[in-house]
Design a protein around this ligand. Structure first.
Ligand SMILES: [Zn+2]
Ligand SMILES: [Zn+2]
Ligand SMILES: [Zn+2]
Length: 88
């Protein structure tokens, strides 16, 4: 189930501590927020798990892999990226 939020005033309501582990390693947005390419939380911005156990927004890793010239590697550890599973 997804929640549509009409106005996203992150600075005002972002009170809980965001652990670094909860942030996408590419865009540094929280996993439960959407990536910068999506206009608002609740857009179809799913997460993908890689074989190296890192998690990114689908759009972030897609863009990252598209920018790679020597095959896809994880931006965190430079291991060959292999998607294990995706969730919405
Ligand atoms: Zn991201
Ligand atoms: Zn997105
Ligand atoms: Zn990794």
């Amino acid at each position: 189930m997804k929640v549509k939020i009409k106005s996203w005033t992150m600075a005002a309501y972002w009170t809980w501590d965001v652990k670094e582990d909860d942030l996408c390693g590419i865009c540094h947005n929280a996993y439960d927020a959407c990536c910068p390419q999506c206009s608002m939380p609740g857009d179809d911005c799913s997460l993908v798990w890689g074989q190296c156990s890192h998690v990114f927004h689908l759009h972030c890793i897609e863009q990252w892999l598209a920018s790679q010239t020597n095959g896809g590697t994880c931006p965190m550890d430079r291991k060959t990226w292999s998607t294990v599973s995706a969730a919405t």
